[in-house]
Design a binder for this molecule. Sequence first.
Ligand SMILES: Cc1cc2nc3c(=O)[nH]c(=O)nc-3n(C[C@H](O)[C@H](O)[C@H](O)COP(=O)(O)OP(=O)(O)OC[C@H]3O[C@@H](n4cnc5c(N)ncnc54)[C@H](O)[C@@H]3O)c2cc1C
Length: 331
Amino acid sequence: MEFKNLWVYIETDEGNAKSVGYELLNPGRRMADKLGQELVAVVMGKNVAHVAEAAAAYGADKVILVEGEEYASYNTDVQTHAMVELIGKYAPSIVLYGATNNGRDVGPRVACALRTGLTADCTALDIDEKGLLASTRPAFGGNLMATIACPDHRPQMSTVRPGVFKKPACDPSRKGEIIREEIHLPEDQIRVRLLERVKEVAEAVNLEEAEIIVAGGRGLKSAEGFALITELAEAMGGVVGASRAAVDAGWIPHAHQVGQTGKTVAPKVYVAAGISGAIQHLAGMTGSDTIIAINKDADAPIFGVADYGIVGDLFEVLPELTAAIKARKAQ
Ligand SMILES: Cc1cc2nc3c(=O)[nH]c(=O)nc-3n(C[C@H](O)[C@H](O)[C@H](O)COP(=O)(O)OP(=O)(O)OC[C@H]3O[C@@H](n4cnc5c(N)ncnc54)[C@H](O)[C@@H]3O)c2cc1C
């Protein structure tokens, strides 16, 4: 069997796409062009024809659209079955999934059902000189970047976290071929049911889509010290981020953590104060357009990735910066 074309699984929920699906069309387009193959988006959901059109506008040549009541919310049995059926029918060479909770569920299940491999949480994707998918991800606690290939089994599959890639340019006049597929898993084979959705009442933190992030680390010394970060973020109209050390100390909830075991972010401006720049932190923020580091240690690794660096005591620098921004805004 000849396996070809590159697929991107676009997750939907209650009729809307998760943006990581569109983001994956960016490396997907580049790699499909390199291979001289087609970029195909797979969209499953209820009333999601508009997502299929958007996928084409973001660069997919074709979109496979599977709709039905049972696809309204993610269901592990329904989606795994549909992906396995589709892959069996069309034989793609590569399949990419967003590393969301659901993408992390369906990807490995499909890999297992098809006896192929999957590289999880990739930070870079390319096609190597043999035409194989080269998936790069941190290994050994982030001390090494490993590039992993799957030479003997197909499809080659990877998951990528939201925010690692930017969405490609959207061209609404671009129309792709939309292929409708009817796949319905018999009721008695659906073992998992969604009985109720309980929305967590938590402070909404949208780090992945923030344009300005002010992040603090262990250098803030205490929860009271960490308030300086919140004040600067408010003055700049940004969102608060944190290193794992600040989260582990209990100064800020995990939803704010940036890095390998937190969020991957790509804002226009990332301010890192009292953060040393451990590789696991850098893994989540080096995609930022402009990085400003504040640290009293001139040799801190964060300065290696910063566009602007302030060597100084953050307990002096942060209040001055906040006051200067407020004064500028008041003018
Ligand atoms: C598997 C694994 C996953 C991990 N995942 C993540 C992750 O997702 N995100 C993450 O952040 N980390 C992660 N880590 C932890 C990571 O290795 C570091 O321990 C952590 O990032 C350190 O946080 P920090 O920079 O705030 O603290 P530190 O490394 O202690 O740095 C504090 C910095 O503050 C500076 N400082 C102190 N006082 C002042 C002052 N008064 N003024 C100015 N500067 C000052 C110091 O010079 C220092 O550079 C992970 C580790 C492992 C092993």
